[in-house]
Design a binder for this molecule. Structure first.
Ligand code: CTP
Ligand code: MG
Ligand code: K
Length: 171
């Protein structure tokens, strides 16, 4: 799978997606994206946990992380434009993956906030990697590492947010 530095570069690569996925807990709220609408099964399309403010805030914060990353390691990105585009795609992809996860959760009748192991930890990551792929990618070994490691980051971040009182459940 490669050296420690290659694993650290994988985390550096995906960092905007982590920030995009985590920040809606703090910046989200307000009008839900589905506008309260229901699917043909009578249940909410996405639910109250997916808001416009969370989406816009997450994409903005994730993209800004990419700007900072460029100034720390410009050689890794080549240009500011590449860094910003990559961070935007990782962030937008992460949140589209998160929305897709919520859509699936509502279809199998899981209420807002219920855990869905696998989907919650990896849906956003897989979507982020797919969106970013055309601009810049990591090796298959690095991707495998991210798939194995991200659930621990996700659980850690959620536990922290719970202990800080930012969310009511530790998942
Ligand atoms: N959030 C938001 N907008 C988003 C994503 C998240 O406002 N697009 C906020 C909501 O307050 C949400 C919290 O971040 O409750 C945590 O996100 P997440 O765990 O993804 O949502 P859940 O409440 O668990 O909802 P779901 O069951 O649909 O995943
Ligand atoms: Mg949740
Ligand atoms: K989620």
């Amino acid at each position: 799978m490669g050296s420690l530095s290659s694993l650290l570069w994988a985390l550096w690569y995906v960092l905007p997606a982590y920030f995009a996925n985590a920040s809606p807990v703090l910046v989200g709220g307000g009008r839900p994206i589905d506008g309260g609408r229901t699917w043909r099964d009578g249940r909410r399309l996405l639910g109250d946990g997916k808001t416009w403010r969370g989406l816009a805030g997450g994409v903005t914060i994730g993209t800004l992380v990419g700007v900072l990353q460029y100034y720390i390691t410009p050689g890794y990105y080549g240009s500011l434009k590449t860094a910003v585009l990559l961070a935007f795609l990782l962030s937008f992809g992460a949140l589209i993956g998160d929305l897709t996860g919520s859509f699936i959760k509502r279809r199998v009748n899981l209420p807002r906030g219920a855990p869905a192991v696998g989907l919650d930890q990896l849906g956003f990551l897989i979507s982020a990697l797919a969106f970013a792929y055309p601009v810049k990618t990591v090796s298959s070994g690095q991707m495998l590492f991210l798939l194995l490691f991200t659930p621990f980051v996700h659980w850690g971040a959620n536990y922290l947010a719970y202990r800080m009182g930012w969310k009511s459940v530790p998942w």
